[in-house]
Design a protein around this ligand. Structure first.
Ligand SMILES: *[C@@H]1O[C@H](CO)[C@@H](O)[C@H](O)[C@H]1NC(C)=O
Ligand SMILES: *[C@@H]1O[C@H](CO)[C@@H](O)[C@H](O)[C@H]1NC(C)=O
Ligand SMILES: *[C@@H]1O[C@H](CO)[C@@H](O)[C@H](O)[C@H]1NC(C)=O
Ligand SMILES: *[C@@H]1O[C@H](CO)[C@@H](O)[C@H](O)[C@H]1NC(C)=O
Ligand SMILES: *[C@@H]1O[C@H](CO)[C@@H](O)[C@H](O)[C@H]1NC(C)=O
Ligand SMILES: *[C@@H]1O[C@H](CO)[C@@H](O)[C@H](O)[C@H]1NC(C)=O
Ligand SMILES: [Zn+2]
Length: 503
């Protein structure tokens, strides 16, 4: 028989002390609480998912895991190389079906897939092409032989040219390449920011002669709305240069014509697709203009805003920020509305740069000082803590366009995008696509894929997506009543999407 001795008791006591000390590291409950706190700060962190959403989220996380472990993590690659993997991803097909609310940052001539421009527009009657000495092309519609352009071959009527060469496949493909940046080997084709921007602006010039032909202008906009609608977007804000459009006899139409054309097209589109909410225009001008021209342009913007209040949302500058003039240079022009007691909302591109400490790098702060409604890109925002806090206090969101940032060489691996840190702290963000047509992307789904998979990895979930799509309407320029109704409609569609995705 074994008698428990004092010595045994001491051993047991020491064993107990030893064991409890091995449990004594950091308190797991505290750790849990910190993890929860961090999760709550993230975009979508405070959204409570209902039972069905929880189920879909579980499914989504599994699908994500699969994409992340596939050996070629798509967000780590250049979009031009990742696209074929993304297109096969079940996460992507879910995002395509997801109601995405609004696209708030897209440009007038970057909306419609270039296939349509080539297959539909260049096959119309009276379309001429010339070949420039920079290996690009220009198009024009004309009732007779147009006058030649400098540094371009004489104009060829495309219909005759196509009849002559019989097989137009190669010619059409070369037009497609002229109109997009898409290429198999982007790193070789575009070694620097300046080179890729030059090609980018060149592609716009190629499209210019096609899309500024008055009948095409309207059809282009209609087709743009159709492609966005097909990608489950209910509302679009279009940054538009509103260039003069031309008729077959060379007559030019002014900006009022373009605004009325937009009104008509949106109205016609809504008659055909009543659940589409509409589109509004943000009038833009190239940031290369001088102060005198800027004054004139802002005055023009005020007039347009007064005459077309339902469709005209406000004003912005476009073009490569690093080479253009900084916002502060335009301060006289930009102060005009306030000086005259006129309301002209601003939607400035700002911080689409990695040139720290330059005049251009100041644009983010100046955009806020001029009470911008939203910030286009805001890529540099994470490096400006004061501006970041200010934008959060003012509830001014940044419009993040992942694929555009990558193609224009601000970031190569999406997982390194600075917005990942901003979304981790719940900074107000909307996702948009800038110029999807030039990048060979869908209206918005590819950008959503990159943001969802790249910026958040496994930490983003269905709540993140829900907050992003609600944000797209919350931060739109719609009047508050319309906005409220739009969000209600979106949430009904959202529930439908959740149910259908569970089948
Ligand atoms: C969620 O709520 C908490 C507490 O109100 C707040 O600190 C946090 O910033 C919120 N997160 C988001 C993403 O809004
Ligand atoms: C181009 O599209 C329009 C509709 O936007 C259609 O009416 C027309 O038939 C098409 N033309 C060609 C050549 O495909
Ligand atoms: C643009 O089109 C021209 C004429 O077909 C062609 O020679 C050129 O290679 C094209 N440009 C690009 C970037 O493919
Ligand atoms: C036209 O040319 C393309 C590319 O060169 C070729 O693939 C296609 O088969 C040709 N089409 C016809 C009808 O010959
Ligand atoms: C501003 O630009 C316009 C158009 O290019 C030009 O006519 C004008 O002289 C310029 N003004 C100044 C002050 O540089
Ligand atoms: C911006 O808004 C603030 C607060 O409403 C106002 O005091 C200021 O004058 C505005 N600035 C401009 C340039 O409109
Ligand atoms: Zn833009």
């Amino acid at each position: 028989m074994h008698v428990v001795t004092l010595r045994d008791l001491m051993w047991i006591w020491m064993l107990f002390l030893w064991c409890s000390s091995c449990h004594c590291g950091p308190d797991p409950r505290k750790r849990e609480a910190l993890i929860r706190l961090e999760a709550s700060r993230r975009t979508g962190g405070n959204i409570t998912l209902n039972e069905r959403e929880e189920l879909l989220d579980k499914k989504l996380q599994k699908l994500k895991q699969h994409d992340m472990e596939a050996g070629h993590v798509p967000p780590s690659m250049h979009f031009f190389k990742a696209k074929r993997f993304i297109d096969q991803s079940p996460v992507f097909s879910l995002l395509q079906k997801m109601p995405k609310g609004a696209a708030l940052h897209v440009h007038d001539f970057g909306m419609v897939s270039v296939d349509w421009l080539v297959k539909n527009v260049t096959y119309r009657e009276n379309c001429y092409v010339c070949f420039t000495d920079e290996q690009t092309v220009q198009f024009i519609f004309s009732s007779g032989q147009p006058a030649s352009l400098p540094r371009c071959s004489s104009w060829n009527l495309l219909k005759s040219l196509r009849e002559k060469i019989k097989n137009s496949t190669d010619l059409d493909n070369s037009f497609i390449r002229n109109l997009t940046l898409f290429t198999e080997d982007p790193d070789r084709a575009y070694p620097s920011q300046d080179i890729v921007w030059k090609r980018f602006e060149q592609a716009f010039l190629v499209a210019y002669g096609l899309v500024t032909y008055a009948p095409v202008f309207k059809d282009y906009l209609y087709e743009g709305l159709r492609q966005f609608y097909e990608d489950n977007i209910m509302y679009v804000e279009i940054r538009a240069l509103l260039p003069a459009t031309y008729e077959l006899d060379g007559r030019l139409n002014n900006k009022d014509w373009s605004m009325r054309a937009c009104q008509d097209v949106v109205k016609r589109f809504r008659e055909n697709f009543p659940d589409f909410l509409g589109a509004r225009v943000i009038f833009t001008v190239h940031r290369g203009i001088n102060a005198t021209e800027a004054v004139k342009t802002v005055e023009e913007a005020m007039t347009l805003h007064r005459n077309f209040p339902d469709i005209m949302a406000g004003f912005d500058f476009v073009g490569q920020e690093d080479l253009g003039r900084p916002l502060w240079y335009f301060k006289e022009a930009l102060s005009l509305p306030e000086d005259r007691g006129v309301n002209l909302p601003y939607f400035f591109h700002a911080g689409e740069t990695d040139s720290q400490g330059t005049d251009v790098d100041q644009n983010l702060m100046d955009a806020l000082l001029f009470n911008t409604t939203r910030i286009g890109h805001g890529f540099a925002l994470a490096r400006h803590p004061v501006v970041k806090d200010l934008s959060r206090k003012m509830d001014v969101p940044i419009e993040v366009c992942p694929i555009s940032n990558q193609v224009l060489k601000l970031v190569s691996d999406m997982r390194d995008h600075p917005v990942a840190a901003l979304m981790a702290e719940g900074h107000p963000v909307v996702i948009s696509s800038d110029d999807p047509a030039l990048f060979g992307a869908t209206a918005l789904s590819h950008d959503f894929y990159e943001a969802f998979m790249g910026f958040g990895g496994m930490s983003f979930h269905l709540g993140t997506l829900k907050e992003l799509v609600i944000n797209s309407l919350r931060y739109s320029s719609l009047p508050s009543q319309t906005k409220k109704k739009a969000i209600e409609v979106l949430l009904v569609n959202w529930d439908k999407f959740v149910s259908e995705s569970l089948l």
